[in-house]
Write a protein that binds this ligand. Structure first.
Ligand code: BGC
Length: 478
């Protein structure tokens, strides 16, 4: 009886996290509108979902080959890799790789320091691989929103995920890397292809499954890319074929359109982040923030005397103390409750069995919301591809990566179940990427070399997009 009453009170606090199917459909419809705005020639600059052209026009066709270097910045670690693409066996081999730490002071220091550090790590790697004499092409997986002008010109729009180096926003990242290498003067690289991690993920899966035309990351941050019809990419010259669009869906809601979905905890996470007001959707979903949301809910329930006899510990009061990996551990089907007890003890909390169960319920509620919101966003993309192609039924593959998707015990099941409900006319296969940020970057470089891409970004101007408005109207009728 007491437990039931407690349960009801806890549920009341968790209610705002529970999103009905109708709500998710509604979220999906809002994202669809924002995507159209982001693609428009005149409207994209006021769109919160940036829909960035990547200048990747083709997925691998199996004829790519050669040796490549790859850099991977923006996920859990910074890595340098040497990758070989074998044409005969249609395989991508990772020859070797090295993880280099990026200390906090560099993450928050000057851009020059960051790129000097990257160039130094690359030099060390080239020495260890005895590659210094060779001038290899380089794929640079740079997992931040960039306005790509060409495959090797990429302007950082803004930092996300805890990075905030001065003098990089608004600058061409390829240039900053080349300048840092020239400052050293002891080695060189040949062409550079810039790649978002979603694109690398799509491309690395595309080599295995040629119907893979979507890449999705649910890790430290979240984002997706997909192959859009060129005729809809109003900012790039040309009508034929397709181009991969980096949606940057993490920015969805930055114009306030998700106000009714945000909880008081999301607002608090945003306020105390290093980039308040931006990447609203990402902050509800990705690994950088989920643990903190759980901590804030646990704290609230403690204040309401629904947990830990009303006594929070110093640790629970400390921002960042509840790591996102704890959520996965606590939700493990067999060992979850035992893990919860260990984690609560580690956080110095005076817990009993009911507390451990409530903590588990909180983790489950927060991670489910994340999976369902991702599903709503992914459903928007697959539905769009289906309608773009005038199909009654679409069969497609999504390449996926990221710690949250990989490590959480039932995140992927929940996401897939919700996609089935939200995109009933689409049959979606999920393929976990094998090192998309490394091998995928090499693939993009290889495909770019094969096609020697030439495209030009059209000039911007302010005004209305007639086509865009028409498309919005037409979409509303579907
Ligand atoms: C970045 C994206 C990236 C995603 C996943 C976001 O914060 O803006 O460019 O793809 O994280 O790493």
């Amino acid at each position: 009886m007491v437990l039931n009453r407690l349960h009801l009170k806890v549920q009341k606090h968790l209610e705002p996290f529970r999103l009905s199917l109708e709500k998710l459909q509604d979220v999906s419809a809002r994202l669809r509108k924002d995507m159209i705005r982001g693609l428009g020639k005149h409207s994209h600059h006021r769109a919160s979902v940036k829909m960035l052209p990547t200048f990747v026009r083709a997925t691998p066709d199996g004829t790519e080959k050669g040796d490549f270097l790859a850099l991977d910045l923006g996920g859990t670690n910074f890595r340098v890799l040497h990758v070989r693409v074998l044409e005969e066996e249609q395989r991508v081999l990772k020859m070797d790789s090295q993880i280099c730490a990026i200390p906090q002071d560099i993450m928050l220091g000057t851009g020059e320091k960051l790129f000097d550090h990257i160039a130094a790590c690359l030099a060390e790697f080239l020495d260890s691989q005895k590659l210094r004499g060779q001038t290899l092409p380089l794929g640079f997986t740079f997992s931040f929103p960039c306005e790509q002008k060409e495959i090797d010109k990429s302007i950082l729009i803004r930092w996300t995920k805890g990075f905030n180096c001065s003098g990089v926003e608004g600058e061409d990242v390829v240039n900053l890397l080349k300048e840092a290498i020239h400052r050293r003067g002891d080695y060189d690289i040949s062409s550079v292809a810039m790649v978002n991690d979603t694109v690398g993920t799509m491309m690395s899966c595309g080599y295995r499954d040629q119907s893979c035309e979507i890449g999705m990351i649910i890790g430290t941050g979240t984002n997706a890319c997909y192959m859009e019809e060129m005729k809809n990419v109003k900012r790039v010259e040309g009508e034929d074929g397709r181009m991969c669009i980096n949606t940057e869906w993490g920015g969805f809601g930055d114009d306030g359109c998700l106000k009714d979905v945000l909880t008081e905890f999301d607002e608090e996470v945003d306020k105390t982040s290093i980039n308040p007001g931006v990447h609203t959707f990402e902050k509800m979903i990705s690994g950088m923030y989920l643990g903190e949301i759980v901590r804030l809910v646990l704290l609230k329930l403690t204040e309401e005397k629904l947990l830990f006899r009303g006594c929070p510990s110093e640790a629970l009061l400390t921002p960042g103390s509840f790591e996102t990996r704890f959520i996965s551990e606590i939700e493990e089907p067999d060992s979850g409750l035992e893990n919860a007890k260990k984690i609560l003890t580690k956080l110095d909390l005076d817990w009993d069995l009911v507390d451990a169960c409530v903590a588990r319920l909180v983790c489950d509620t927060v991670s489910s919301r994340s999976a369902r919101l991702c599903a709503a966003a992914l459903a928007t993309i697959v539905n769009r591809i289906r309608i773009n192609r005038g199909l009654d039924h679409l069969k497609t593959t999504v390449g996926v990566d990221g710690t949250v998707y990989r490590k959480h015990p039932n995140f992927s099941d929940e996401l897939q179940a919700a996609v089935r409900l939200l995109a009933p006319k689409c049959d979606v296969t999920f393929l976990i990427s094998e090192d998309g940020s490394g091998k995928g970057a090499a693939m993009v470089t290889a495909v770019a070399q094969r096609l020697a891409l030439q495209s030009r970004l059209l000039e911007d101007s302010d005004g209305e997009d007639e086509e865009e408005e028409e498309e919005e109207k037409c979409d509303a009728n579907i």
